[in-house]
Ligand binder design. Structure first.
Ligand SMILES: Nc1ncnc2c1ncn2[C@@H]1O[C@H](COP(=O)(O)OP(=O)(O)OP(=O)(O)O)[C@@H](O)[C@H]1O
Length: 606
């Protein structure tokens, strides 16, 4: 079966105790309430066990011919009272554990989300969204249910069964031994069950995560699927995966079912053996009738906890898998973080330099050629530099290195003379704003989308910043939407056209008021006239902003003061557009290709 996305094949699986001991810091603050819940559950279990003892006393002392009528009512009241007390204790157990368990779940979920935010882009490139979704939702849900119920009941059931067995021994050591003998085959089987069930459980949780990724992808790409008439194909693919999950779930259920069969049937067999032995002992006068009744009543009470222990063991193993999955993500180190002692430039001007920059993707082999090899580039404060190159040469990748979305694997990126790795990460990302080629908008208002990275300003200044960004990006269309700038755009802004989304994303980058602006072909979805208008406004607005812009159209190149030509992982040439046209064959070739591409696009638009 395929290795689930974003999940390394299991190596060095932690033991049960290693996994659960990691919960200690989270459980510590809620331990008092959990303990109270545990005590209530324990008391309820003990009361359940006491009822047969009262019955034994009833049989021995009340139902005998010499018994007194008053005792009968006392015994009935005692049994009834104990039953009510047991119900109250079960209620209290729930009250004590539900809130802290839900709080722990929330706390771990929020930490998980926080960690996901911190982890570098390279991590997110590798992990399927469904895997992360299932780890943050259903895995932690399992943990809450286990903590609020499974863990307590596992301990309580164990104590109940142990106490019951002791009581049986106190009635008759022979009967007690017969009952206990049943534990031997169960224990032997439990060892095998644990391994098989754990493997099935892990597989099913990973497959469920992959299935969630498939749903996410097809919902996200529904337009493409419909447009290409691939609905049936996607449906078949999904059904196959769903069947795989179903098969794993069946293996899991059968494994548990087989184990539970043993757990339920062995005590029944030992009970039958106990019946024979008990009757014989009673006939021999070695055991009272009351003790025999108590033995059977105890065995009847233990049937529930014994079966429950099998179920709870299954639940515990599933939770262990869920926790392993959770900690796999939490243990992934954040390789891109602020240094302990960040540096700040004396005079921030937005001077961007790339010195001998090398970059190789994390999943690339060590002997492969790095996508960027020795990139040298100097973009002066306030300068606009266009980055040009054939498709796939690494232009977008290079842009990612500036705000440390990817980390250089050699050389350095400097802003105002300070290596970006020496900057405080928040300060760096305030300094640098990006508009990506693939526009990502959030399902909130246009206003919120544009002001996402904006500095904290008084309301009026914020409003003029918003207007300036809208005007520069030629995104005034947003004002004409039904609720103007407060119009909530659909998920990922898909209710807007591609060009509208790009302009909103451009406005967002402008509104961040960065010193260094990184634009990854931000005008590609605009028609020529709108592009001209945006270019014209950008030229004015960007006057004081250092800008590195990936250009796929000659008109975008025209926006720049100078142009850098990326070729085979190095900057091949830097100069003005006309200088490069005059002296660089490859540049002429690239520009000709871009012109051809633009003409094709224009043709299609017409
Ligand atoms: N996460 C990744 N892991 C491995 N390789 C990647 C990853 N992202 C991109 N690449 C590869 O790196 C190369 C450079 O990609 P990049 O997007 O930087 O090129 P580009 O010059 O911006 O291309 P275009 O002009 O088509 O946008 C491509 O060959 C691409 O397949």
């Amino acid at each position: 079966m395929a290795v689930p996305q974003g999940h390394a094949p299991n190596s060095g699986v932690p033991t049960l105790s290693q996994t659960f001991s990691r919960l200690a810091p989270f459980v510590k603050p809620i331990l008092p309430r959990l303990s109270l819940g545990f005590l209530c559950a324990l008391a309820a279990g003990i009361i359940a066990l006491a009822i047969p003892q009262v019955l034994a006393w009833l049989v021995n002392n009340v139902l005998q011919p010499a018994g007194e009528g008053g005792n009968l009512w006392l015994a009935v009241a005692l049994v009834g009272g104990l039953g009510v007390l047991e119900a109250v204790l079960v209620f209290l157990r729930r009250q004590f554990v539900i809130t802290p368990a839900a709080r722990l779940e929330t706390q771990m979920r929020v930490r998980f989300y926080g960690h996901l935010q911190q982890l570098p882009v390279a991590f997110h490139d590798r992990w399927g969204s469904g895997q992360l979704l299932s780890r943050s939702m259903s895995d932690l849900n399992l943990l809450r249910r286990w903590l609020a119920f499974g863990a307590l009941m596992l301990v309580v059931s164990t104590v109940t069964v142990a106490t019951g067995v002791i009581l049986m021994f106190s009635s008759s050591w022979i009967l007690g031994s017969i009952y206990l003998a049943g534990a031997i085959p169960i224990a032997i089987r439990a060892f095998h069950f644990r391994n098989t069930f754990r493997a099935a459980s892990r597989l099913s949780q990973d497959q469920a995560g992959d299935l969630a990724t498939a749903v996410e992808e097809s919902v996200h790409g529904i337009r493409v699927i419909k447009a290409f008439g691939r609905g049936k194909h996607m449906y078949d693919g999904f059904r196959d995966r769903a069947k795989q999950l179903r098969d794993t779930e069946i293996v899991k259920a059968k494994t548990l079912g087989g184990f539970l069969f043993l757990v339920v049937s062995v005590p029944e067999i030992t009970l039958a053996a106990g019946l024979v032995a008990g009757l014989w002992l009673t006939a021999q006068g070695q055991l009272s009738v009351g003790a025999l009744v108590a033995y059977f009543a105890t065995a009847a009470v233990l049937a529930g906890p014994v079966e429950g222990m099998g179920m709870l063991l299954g639940m515990t193993l599933t939770t262990k898998t869920a926790l392993d999955r959770h900690f796999e993500v939490m243990d992934t180190p954040n390789t891109i973080a602020s240094p302990a002692n960040p540096l700040t430039p004396d005079r921030p001007r937005g001077h961007l330099e790339l010195r001998q920059v090398q970059f190789r993707f994390p999943d690339a082999t060590d002997d492969s050629t790095p996508i960027l090899q020795r990139v040298e580039l100097d973009v002066g404060p306030g300068e606009t530099m266009a980055l040009v190159g054939m498709t796939g040469t690494g232009k977008s990748t290079l842009l990612h290195l500036v705000p440390r979305l990817y980390e250089v694997t050699g050389g350095a990126v400097l802003i105002d003379g300070i290596d970006v790795r020496q900057w405080d990460l928040t300060a760096l990302r305030r300094e640098v704003a990006v508009a990506f080629e693939d526009t990502i908008l959030f399902s909130s208002s246009i206003r919120d989308n544009i002001l996402l990275g904006a500095p904290d300003l008084p309301a009026r200044e914020m409003e003029s910043l918003l207007n300036e960004a809208l005007d520069t990006a030629q995104a005034g269309f947003a004002r004409a939407l039904p609720q103007g700038l407060d119009t909530v755009i659909g998920e990922e802004g898909l209710s807007l056209s591609g060009g509208q989304r790009q302009r909103i994303a451009l406005a967002r980058a402008i509104a961040a008021k960065p010193r260094v602006l990184i634009l990854d072909d931000p005008l590609s979805a605009l028609d020529v006239r709108t592009e001209e208008a945006v270019t014209e406004r950008l030229r004015r607005t960007l006057a004081g902003t250092t800008t590195l812009i990936v250009a796929h159209r000659p008109s975008t190149v025209a926006l720049a003061d100078r142009v850098a030509l990326l070729r085979d992982g190095v900057i091949d040439d830097v100069g003005t557009h006309s200088e490069l046209l005059g002296r660089n064959d490859h540049y002429r070739f690239v520009i000709a290709s871009l012109e051809e591409e633009s003409a094709d696009n224009l043709h299609q638009e017409a």
